[in-house]
Design a protein around this ligand. Structure first.
Ligand code: ADP
Ligand code: ZN
Length: 436
């Protein structure tokens, strides 16, 4: 396998040198954080009055954790560390689940972010011969602009289409021979279901790769997309608090996402106790942005659940890898007392070949108990078969789900195109249980 690098020196930096660089950058970030209304009192309380109070690499543990609620409290400028004239862009969250949050960037912050993206996509084998159709929304959502500048830096031909408008997306894929897509897992499955209708066949396309992210998905969904399109799928992880995409990305080996550790101090903690967990243990990812100057963010609790992989990757990059994101601490469903992540349900249904490209999870109250209903689209040819086959398929899905998540679900089979479609992040779970 040919190994490409964008910045070989930093991507293959040895562990000792990495720690030295991290400590240097952590000190700079702490100095910068001490300029903000939010961190100044908080760091002082923790005994950190200046960057000199961070002497050793382990001293990062003295820094208290930061939460999404802290960010909300800081809105609009409690975390601003530079003069507004040095800010070239800001991104806010939508605020649909509470007060919005804001992240500011200087010119250097944006440039460094683009460097991380450039490293990431080159690690998948992308070159200036690729045509890159960016189907993530542009605007305040960081998915679109996030990959855009890194892709231009590497010299890919960028089609800044953004999300939605499926017919036009398919037409552009064909007309310009797009080789790489950046897209959510739910939307790429939908695109596949619309290919035939648009009169475009796979053989009309030059697609080779897709970068899938922005929402949790299972290994079986990756396999399904790879088989449907005959392409390679790479997992891409990011969150607006840490800039956006480019935090973690799979290389050509596709075995976990390298987190760029010169820029992101990576920890996994037990979400209940806050205790630091070792490698290979699933917990909440905590990240410190070591290079952003406009909005420093120290030990941020991402709420994303994953594990840090042990060992070196075959690509020789020394930056550690994290597993697929299992879900978010706030996504976890408690069904009759059992903890279930939606991605566990997805993992099961996406390995069943008759299952199509869409599904939904419903929760209802039945008396005092919770009822889980999994609605699954199946390929239309199934409906022309006999009823016994449909029944057998339904029983198989029920049985496989029960074996995996312990709960006995009700399963409904639906025709293709009958469940709601999402062009950005999917909303798979409808929870109709009355909240106390
Ligand atoms: P929001 O928090 O409103 O969804 P973001 O756009 O910042 O806003 O989304 C970041 C979140 O999206 C991450 O914290 C994570 O939960 C999810 N996410 C991003 N990439 C992936 C991925 N590859 N796999 C699973 N989840 C992802
Ligand atoms: Zn690798």
């Amino acid at each position: 396998m040919e190994i490409n690098f964008w910045d070989k020196e930093i991507e293959t930096i040895d562990k000792a040198a990495l720690k030295v660089l991290q400590l240097k950058r952590l000190k700079e970030t702490v100095s910068c954080a001490l300029k903000t209304q939010f961190y100044k009192p908080r760091l002082k309380k923790a005994g950190i009055n200046s960057a000199d109070d961070i002497k050793h690499w382990e001293d990062y543990k003295k820094i208290p954790l930061t939460t999404k609620d802290d960010l909300r409290e800081c809105y609009p400028n409690g975390l601003l560390a530079v003069d507004m004239k040095d800010v070239v862009r800001l991104h806010t969250s939508s605020g649909t689940t509470g007060t919005p949050t804001v992240i500011y960037h200087t010119k250097n912050d944006i440039n460094h972010w683009a460097e991380l993206v450039a490293r990431s996509i080159v690690a998948t084998g992308a070159t200036n011969e690729d045509v890159f159709q960016n189907m993530m929304s542009y605007g305040m959502f960081t998915g679109g602009l996030g990959l855009h500048y890194g892709a231009e830096k590497v010299g890919l031909t960028v089609i800044p289409m953004g999300g939605g408008n499926t017919k036009r997306q398919i037409q552009l894929m064909k007309d310009f021979g797009s080789t790489i897509l950046h897209i959510t897992p739910s939307y790429i499955l939908h695109i596949h279901s619309k290919l035939g209708e648009s009169g475009v066949e796979l053989k009309d396309l030059r697609l080779r790769k897709a970068y899938l992210g922005a929402e949790p998905y299972s290994e079986n969904t990756r396999k399904k997309v790879e088989q449907l399109f005959k392409i390679d799928v790479y997992n891409s992880y990011g969150l607006s608090e840490m800039n956006g995409p480019g935090v973690g990305f799979e290389c050509a080996h596709k075995c976990g996402m390298h987190v760029w550790e010169d820029t992101y101090l990576l920890e996994v903690i037990d979400p209940k106790t806050g205790e630091s967990l070792g490698e290979d243990k699933e917990g909440e990812i905590v990240l410190t942005n070591l290079t952003r100057r406009a909005t420093p963010l120290l030990r941020y609790r991402t709420r994303d659940i994953a594990a840090i992989h042990k060992g070196l990757c075959g690509c020789k990059r020394t930056h550690r890898r994290i597993s697929r994101i299992l879900g978010r601490t706030d996504d976890m469903l408690i069904i009759n007392g059992v903890n279930v992540y939606p991605s566990q349900i997805e993992e099961v249904i996406m390995r069943i070949p008759q299952v199509g490209t869409n599904y939904q999870i419903y929760l209802e109250k039945e008396g005092t108990l919770d009822k889980l209903v999994v609605k699954v689209e199946i390929y239309s040819k199934m409906f022309s078969g006999n009823l016994a086959e449909i029944d057998a398929l339904k029983s198989r899905i029920v049985e496989e789900l029960r074996a995996s998540i312990i709960i006995h679900p009700a399963v409904e089979l639906h025709e293709p195109g009958s469940l709601p479609v999402f062009e950005g992040k999917a909303k798979r779970v409808v929870d109709n249980r009355v909240k106390l």
